[in-house]
Design a protein around this ligand. Structure first.
Ligand SMILES: *[C@@H]1O[C@H](CO)[C@@H](O)[C@H](O)[C@H]1NC(C)=O
Ligand SMILES: *[C@@H]1O[C@H](CO)[C@@H](O)[C@H](O)[C@H]1NC(C)=O
Ligand SMILES: *[C@@H]1O[C@H](CO)[C@@H](O)[C@H](O)[C@H]1NC(C)=O
Ligand SMILES: *[C@@H]1O[C@H](CO)[C@@H](O)[C@H](O)[C@H]1NC(C)=O
Length: 295
């Protein structure tokens, strides 16, 4: 806290050199206020001053022992200073406006079953103020930290989860700022949130005899194809992409479609799902287009 104030004092002096020139022992105070609410800033250390004077960003505002602001907006942010009759600073307040955190929207999925799952979140409303997050998950009485790569990350990793647990993990994402905190607790069964990443490297070639050969590679994030195989669906669209047909599920990483029409353009993409049908299909892969010769 003290370090923050000291750094802040330095930046304050950099921006308002007129403060620098005055001998003051006043410590800057951070005051956080919810947008639209009212706030009263008392000139505490100026109680004994005859008629304290408030300035905003160095400009005269009002002469009053306490400064009142109503229906605050972002325009009210700034550095407020209270001065005694000699013009000496007796109070420094940095006013910051924003919102308490709204309830986070949390989404969990596992592109890497059975090794790990991910949860990501966002706040429906921008709190404006600096906000940090606490991410945990618990099974019965055991609480684990849901690891993030950096403090600012809004995504965390769940590891070493029990498979086929008959009680859900409780993922707890808590958002905290100077005006409050909120927690979203989401029950999660590992198998229910399986969602592989899309297949990659889709390639399509025309074969003689009105056939198309489609091949692809499994998502690189899927860790164990031997014990946890995948099944694929291949979508063919043509015309104005209104007509389509889906082939699969198949377990191989290539297929041949026969009876394709000469002269037609096909848009082809592939999705993948856990072999046992846990959770959801992946998003579609990139689309590959092929136009067949008219001959
Ligand atoms: C508060 O200010 C906002 C704009 O900043 C205005 O739309 C609103 O009507 C004001 N409310 C009151 C109660 O004055
Ligand atoms: C005070 O200065 C800050 C930083 O330059 C600015 O964002 C803010 O709008 C100013 N406030 C007022 C009330 O002039
Ligand atoms: C969620 O996490 C926060 C922060 O660690 C904690 O205060 C809160 O009690 C937790 N809520 C539940 C329901 O576990
Ligand atoms: C394939 O066709 C679709 C629909 O016409 C188009 O949006 C997409 O950009 C094409 N993709 C490539 C790789 O050309």
């Amino acid at each position: 806290m003290h370090l923050k104030y000291s750094l802040y004092t330095l930046s304050l002096f950099a921006f308002f050199p007129q403060i620098w020139s005055q001998d003051t022992s006043a410590e800057p105070k951070d005051v956080y206020v919810a947008l639209g609410s009212s706030v009263e800033l008392p000139c505490v250390d100026g109680r004994n001053a005859e008629l304290p004077e408030w300035r905003i960003n160095g400009s005269f505002l009002v002469s009053s022992p306490a400064l009142r602001l109503h229906n605050t907006s972002l325009d009210d942010q700034g550095v407020y200073t209270c001065h005694d009759a000699n013009g000496e600073i007796v109070e420094i307040v940095r006013l910051q406006l924003g919102h308490p955190p709204s309830l986070p929207d949390v989404h969990c999925w596992s592109p890497s079953y059975p090794i790990r799952a991910l949860c990501s979140w966002s706040l429906p409303q921008d709190p404006i103020l600096p906000t940090h997050y606490i991410s945990t998950y618990r099974l019965r009485d055991d609480v684990y930290s849901c690891q993030r790569q950096s403090e600012q990350d809004r995504q965390c990793v769940l590891e070493e989860l029990d498979l086929f647990s008959n009680v859900p993990y409780l993922v707890n994402i808590t958002a905290v700022n100077a005006l409050g905190s909120t927690s979203r607790v989401l029950p999660v069964i590992f198998e229910d949130i399986v969602k592989p990443d899309p297949p990659v490297n889709v390639k399509v070639t025309a074969l003689p005899g009105k056939k198309l050969h489609v091949q692809w590679a499994p998502p690189p994030t899927w860790p164990d194809l031997v014990n946890f195989p995948l099944k694929y669906k291949v979508q063919f669209r043509w015309g104005n992409a209104n007509a389509d047909s889906i082939m699969g599920p198949i377990e191989s990483e290539s297929m041949v479609r026969s009876a394709v029409m000469p002269g037609r353009t096909y848009h082809i993409r592939v999705s993948v799902m856990d072999h046992l049908g846990h959770g959801q299909s992946s998003e579609w892969s990139d689309t590959v287009n092929i136009t067949l010769p008219r001959s």
